[in-house]
Design a protein around this ligand. Structure first.
Ligand SMILES: [Fe+2]
Ligand SMILES: [Fe+2]
Length: 326
C-alpha cells in the first residue's frame, strides 16, 4: 500500500530509524540535565530522572518493533512518542526559563538547554511529517535541514570549547575555528532559505512553514504534488547543490574532530569537564546530519551534473557583453 507517495514499508523503516536514533538522544538529554542541576533542586532532578526512565522504555520498545510491524501500529507508536517528547520539550522550556531568570543555579548552560529543546522540537516535526505523509521539494528540504543542523553544529563547537580545560589550548582553538566556520555556513543557509522562499508558491508554503489545511490536502493529492515537485527539481539552483556539497565536507571534518575528542576523553588523555557520553552524543548527531545530507545529495542527482559544470573556471568575459559566459 502507498500513502502520499511513501510506501508503508518505507514509512515503517523510516519511523523505526528515527525513533531508534532520537529516543536515545532524548534519554541522554534527560541524563545531562539531571547531572547539571544544583543538588538542592531535588524536584527537577527527580523529574529529569523520570524522563530518563520513560525514554529508556520507549527506546527499548522501538528496538523491539519489527520492520514487519504494521503501519497502523507504528503510526500509533509515533503518536505516543510525540506526546512524550512534547512533555520533555516543555520541561526543557521551563528549565530554561528558570535558568535565564536566575531562579535556579547549576551547571546547565542556557544555550545547551535551548539547544536540546530545539532538538526535541525537530524530533516532533520529523515524526509528525512521517505520520502525516508530508514530503517537500528538495530545495526546501536543503534549506530547512541546513538551517537547523548548521546551528546545531556551531553550538556543539562552542560547548566543546567551553567545557574543555583552558590548558588544552590547541583543542580549544580548533573548536573555536569550527564554531566560526559553522556560523558562516549557517548565515549562508539562511540567505539561501530566504531566496528560495520567494521561488514559487509551493516553496513559500512548505519552506516557510505556512502550511494551512486546504493546502495540505492539495499537496497530498499525489498527481498534483508530483507535477509540482518535478517542476521544482528542474529549477534547483546549482548554488544550492554546491552549498550542500560544501556542508558535507565541513561536517565530515567536525565529525572526525568530535570522534577524536571522544576518544581522548574516554582514555583520559584530554582535560575537561565533558562527560565522555556527551562527546559521543554530539559525534552521533554529526553522523545523523551527514546521513541527511547524503539523502539530499541523492535527491539532487538530476541537478548535480549542472552544479559540477558551473564549478569549472569561467571563460574570459568579452568586454561590454554581459551576461558573461552564456
Ligand atoms: Fe543532543
Ligand atoms: Fe546536539
Amino acid at each position: 500500500m502507498q500513502t502520499h507517495g511513501v510506501t508503508d514499508r518505507d514509512f515503517v523503516r523510516r519511523s523505526l530509524e528515527e525513533n531508534r536514533f532520537w529516543l536515545r538522544i532524548m534519554k541522554e538529554h534527560s541524563l545531562f540535565l539531571s547531572e547539571g542541576f544544583n543538588r538542592r533542586d531535588a524536584d527537577l532532578i527527580r523529574t529529569a530522572n523520570r524522563f530518563f526512565e520513560e525514554f529508556d522504555r520507549l527506546l527499548r520498545r522501538a528496538r523491539e518493533l519489527s520492520p514487519l510491524a504494521g503501519a497502523g501500529a507504528v503510526r500509533r507508536f509515533n503518536q505516543e512518542v510525540i506526546r512524550a517528547v512534547r512533555d520533555l520539550r516543555n520541561f526543557k522550556q521551563e528549565v530554561l526559563f528558570r535558568i535565564i531568570t536566575c531562579r535556579i543555579a547549576g551547571f546547565n548552560l542556557p544555550l545547551l538547554v535551548d539547544h536540546i529543546r530545539r532538538e526535541a522540537e525537530y524530533f516532533i516535526t520529523v515524526l509528525t511529517r512521517l505520520n502525516e505523509g508530508i514530503d517537500e521539494p528538495v530545495e526546501a528540504a536543503i534549506a530547512r535541514e541546513n538551517v537547523f543542523w548548521l546551528r546545531i553544529m556551531a553550538d556543539h563547537s562552542r560547548f566543546i570549547r567551553d567545557l574543555l580545560d583552558p590548558s588544552e589550548r590547541r583543542l580549544v582553538e580548533t573548536a573555536d575555528q569550527f564554531a566560526d566556520q559553522f556560523d558562516q555556513l549557517l548565515a549562508q543557509a539562511r540567505d539561501l532559505d530566504s531566496m528560495i522562499q520567494g521561488f514559487s508558491p509551493v516553496l513559500v508554503i512548505v519552506g516557510g512553514h505556512l502550511l494551512d489545511q486546504p493546502t495540505l490536502i492539495r499537496l497530498q493529492e499525489e498527481e498534483e504534488r508530483d507535477k509540482e515537485e518535478r517542476l521544482l527539481v528542474e529549477e534547483t539552483p546549482p548554488a544550492l547543490a554546491r552549498f550542500n556539497e560544501e556542508v558535507i565536507g565541513a561536517t565530515q571534518e567536525i565529525r572526525d574532530f568530535k570522534r577524536t575528542a571522544a576518544r581522548l576523553l574516554a582514555d583520559c588523555r584530554a582535560l575537561s569537564v565533558i562527560n565522555p557520553l556527551l562527546a559521543d552524543h554530539v559525534a552521533r548527531e554529526a553522523e545523523k546530519f551527514l546521513e541527511i545530507l547524503g539523502q539530499l545529495e541523492q535527491r539532487l542527482g538530476p541537478v548535480r551534473e549542472k552544479a559540477l559544470v558551473v564549478t569549472q573556471p569561467a571563460p574570459p568575459c568579452p568586454e561590454l557583453e554581459p551576461p558573461c559566459g552564456q
